[in-house]
Design a protein around this ligand. Structure first.
Ligand code: XIL
Length: 331
């Protein structure tokens, strides 16, 4: 097998994450970019281990509508065709967010009616473009502060809290078959933000607004994860009939005192605990990690430290976090 890329050979007997996730009727995936999947080794590990992917940023408004009325789906289309070719699902991310916005929105001055039309046009054009290709959309992302107050975004400030109902209605009209999610971070346990989301979705369901799930981003530290609290919190949303998916999981390591090996072992324990919660909940249909290998992680820029947050190291070797995740999927 000279010249074979490491990890390229995947005999069918080799245990993989997606093989065991499938047995539990769950999907497991990563966030990725069109530039990454051109690398043969990256694509080999991605398609061997995972059956769902999320465009890390190439479906966001700043990418797909850089100028008002001018849409560019080029890079996102490459990811969609990669997923289709490899029989993978796609999580669309994210239609309405306060970040990754084009300048014409950030600096825009419009009437409330015009802002509603802008939001409708963006959602309708984007969702229609990918109609039939998207398993689930993150329709609204990060609409609440940690204290449970509405985040003052360009959408909230110019339309009001009803922007959320409207966004979900527009998305449903454009693709009635896509699951529609609200997505946020630091919501894994009961706290003011997850309580605000619970109140919001209870109202949405009472008003007949189409919503199918809550995305729990699950960006964690090694310390302080309360798994039983997490299970209780996700279950209360599941009891509303909503999917409760893990959408962006990673675990920073720089905050944990210890040797690198101690850090990676402690990290693996957290992956194990969270995956155990996810597998125990029928409402959790998918788990997505926010990247494939440590060097791909956004956290290296976001925290300013070297982070080792994901399942694979930069040589595509499986870390203790991978083995811990696989062992939970095998149970
Ligand atoms: C991040 C991406 O990883 C970066 O590449 C991009 O520059 C900024 O956005 N919560 C989210 C994701 O919902 O969209 C963010 O992704 C990480 C935090």
């Amino acid at each position: 097998m000279s010249g074979q890329l490491k990890n390229e050979v995947n005999n069918s007997s080799e245990p993989t994450l997606k093989k065991f996730a499938e047995i539990k009727n769950k999907h497991i995936g990563i966030a990725t970019q069109s530039y990454y999947v051109n690398d043969a080794q990256y694509a080999s590990v991605l398609t061997r281990e995972f059956d769902i992917l999320t465009p890390e940023y190439q479906m966001k408004m700043g990418q797909v509508q850089p100028q008002q009325g001018v849409f560019d789906f080029g890079e996102a289309d490459k990811l969609v065709s990669f997923a289709r070719k490899n029989n993978m699902l796609i999580r669309g991310h994210a239609l309405i967010w306060h970040q990754s916005l084009p300048d014409w929105v950030v600096n825009g001055h419009f009437t409330k009616e015009q802002w509603i039309q802008i939001m409708k046009d963006h959602i309708t054009k984007t969702v229609s473009h990918f109609k039939g290709e998207i398993y689930a959309w993150d329709v609204v992302n990060e609409a609440f502060y940690q204290n449970g107050a509405f985040r003052p975004t360009v959408w909230y400030d110019n339309i009001g809290p009803e922007y959320i109902d409207l966004a979900f209605q527009f998305a449903h009209e454009a693709d009635p078959n896509a699951k529609l999610f609200y997505n946020d971070f630091d919501t894994e346990v009961t706290n003011p933000r997850s309580n605000a989301i619970y109140k919001m979705v209870t109202g949405m369901k009472a008003r007949g607004v189409p919503i199918d799930g809550i995305g729990f981003q699950t960006h964690l530290k090694i310390e302080g994860v309360d798994y039983s609290e997490m299970k209780k919190n996700l279950k209360r949303f599941g009891d509303l009939g909503l999917d409760t998916d893990i959408t962006e999981m990673d675990i920073v390591t720089h905050t944990f005192a210890g040797t690198q090996e101690e850090r990676l072992q402690a990290q693996a324990k957290v992956y194990s605990g969270v995956i155990q919660v996810a597998m125990s909940l029928p409402s959790c249909k998918s788990v997505v990690f926010w990247g494939l290998k440590d060097g791909n992680s956004w956290l290296n820029k976001y925290t300013g430290f070297s982070e080792y947050p994901l399942l694979f190291d930069n040589n595509y070797d499986k870390k203790p976090a991978y083995e811990a995740t696989l062992n939970q999927l095998k149970l």
